[in-house]
Structure formats: C-alpha cells, structure tokens
Write a protein that binds this ligand. Structure first.
Ligand code: ADP
Ligand code: MG
Length: 258
C-alpha cells in the first residue's frame, strides 16, 4: 500500500513532521476504537496544533531571555508565608495580562521576587503571549541607546506590542541622569495598554531616592499601581536558608512598610 509513503511525502511537504509521527498510532487507535473519519482527522490535527503551540511556547521562552527557568509549582509557599498561594495562582491564570494590568513584587533579597516574575513570564509564554525580561538597568541601557539613536518612540512602540514586559531589580542600583525619565516613559507608554511585572527591594517610599527624583517616581508609581496586584514579600533570604551567617545587611525596607 502506498498510503504510508504518500503520507510521509505529504507531511514533509507540508512541514508537519510531528503529524507523521502521530498518524500511525492514531490510525491504530482509530481502527481499534471504531473512530469516524472526522474523529481521526480531528485527532491528527489536534496533535499537530498542540505540538506547534508547545514549540511556540519554547520559542517565546527563548526570546524572552529569562535568566533562569522557574515555575510556580517549584515555589515553596510554606517557606514564603507572606504571599498567599491563591493570589499567585490567580496571577498565574494570566487574567492580568489580558486586562493589561501589572504585578509588583516588593521585598528584601532572596524572598522570591525574581522566581515569581520568571514563573509568571514562562506561564505567559506557554499561554501564547510574547514576553521580554530584563533588569531595570538593562532596560534603561536599551532605552538610552534607542534615545541616542533618535528612535526611542519606535522602541517604545515595538515594546508596546509585547504583552508582558518584566523589569527585575528596580532599586539595587540607583539611576543616573536621564534614566528616571526613560523609565517613566516605559511605564507610561504601557499604562492601560500592556502589562508590566516589576520587582524591587525598595518600598515605594524610597523610589524617589532610587530615581533621584521624587516627582518622576511619584508619577511612575501612580501609573504602575493604578491597575496592579502589589505583593509584599517578607522574611529571610531563601538563598541563605539553613545557614548561620549572623545578621546579613539589608538596607531596604520593602516588605516591612511598603
Ligand atoms: P529575589 O529576586 O527576591 O532576590 P529570587 O527569586 O532570585 O529572590 O530567589 C533566590 C533563589 O531562591 C532562587 O533560586 C529562587 O528560585 C529560590 N527561592 C526563593 N524563594 C523560594 C521559595 N519560596 N520556594 C522555592 N524557591 C525559592
Ligand atoms: Mg531577584
């Protein structure tokens, strides 16, 4: 019978290699279980669609440039008791991305801010959203380069088409010069148009110091928080758990009175 050869040729020609891999097994099941022709075709196409979607997810994860791979399932809510699991699970359902609202994680080092940001970002990628991840310093460098090349507006428009932008580590390094202004433009260009996840070791009350400008920081926080889930993480660093290092410095107050 030439059917198998035809299928191999047709699947190759259509660039559906995973379909070919599934057809034989699905054919056996279809015969054994008496599927209709339509059921069989639907099963083959479903297989191809889910294979494409998961490939798309991996491609989006690669292009998001996460610094590590983290999942919500790996997050230990017994260790981190200051965040309610239901709140994170609700964010994980990604309604906030559809609603173009934000998620903000505040807290001292090692409390899980980056972990949760990455895990939500990976979820978004798998659900079909494009995501871009970088630290605040990296975003500012990129925006400054675009500004110097006279294409800041284009860059913000391009970023505006990415449904979820993640800004990690606001506050570890104070911003200089135009940085506050550039960062404000990023936040304001996305306001009610596309989502941000922002994490910081500094409570909002200290963002004026971080940005070197109370007015810009205030206007930025106003836009960020208007439609946002703000999560204050507390406690000791997960990185240092079980290690007796005495008191570790942490100048921040995020998570205590944010
Ligand atoms: P932060 O960004 O707040 O400084 P991270 O999210 O990078 O901290 O966490 C530091 C390390 O500890 C990461 O490897 C992270 O996966 C892990 N971690 C932090 N909190 C938890 C937790 N509650 N459960 C599991 N792993 C955690
Ligand atoms: Mg971090």
């Amino acid at each position: 019978m030439s059917g198998a050869r035809d299928l191999a040729y047709l699947c190759r020609e259509l660039k559906h290699p995973s379909l070919l891999a599934g057809v034989e097994r699905l054919g056996e099941r279809a015969r054994a279980e008496g599927w209709s022709h339509e059921d069989f075709l639907a099963a083959c196409l479903e297989r191809e669609v889910s294979s494409r979607q998961s490939h798309g997810g991996e491609a989006r994860i690669a292009s998001a440039r996460f610094p590590a791979r983290k999942t919500l399932e790996d997050f230990d809510f017994e260790h981190q008791r200051s965040v309610r699991k239901e709140v994170v699970a609700h964010l994980g359902a990604l309604d906030f991305v559809e609603a173009k609202s934000n998620a903000i994680f505040l807290g001292p080092p090692g409390t899980g801010k980056s972990h949760l940001s990455i895990a939500l970002g990976i979820r978004a990628c798998l659900a079909g959203h494009r995501v871009a991840f970088a630290t605040a310093t990296q975003w500012v460098d990129r925006l400054a380069a675009a500004h110097d090349a006279g294409r800041l507006h284009d860059e913000l428009r391009r970023l505006g088409r990415i449904p979820l932008v993640i800004v990690d580590e606001v506050g570890y390094i104070p911003f200089q010069g135009e940085a506050a202004n550039l960062f404000f433009q990023l936040v304001s260009s996305r306001y009610e148009r596309a989502s941000l996840i922002v994490s910081s070791n500094k409570a909002f009350g200290r963002w004026g110091e971080v940005f070197g400008d109370d007015t810009v920081a205030g206007a930025m926080i106003d836009r960020l928080v208007h439609h946002a889930e703000v999560i204050n993480l507390k406690g000791d660093s997960y990185r240092l758990r079980g290690r007796d290092l005495g008191r570790v410095p942490g100048d921040d107050d995020a998570g205590t009175n944010a």
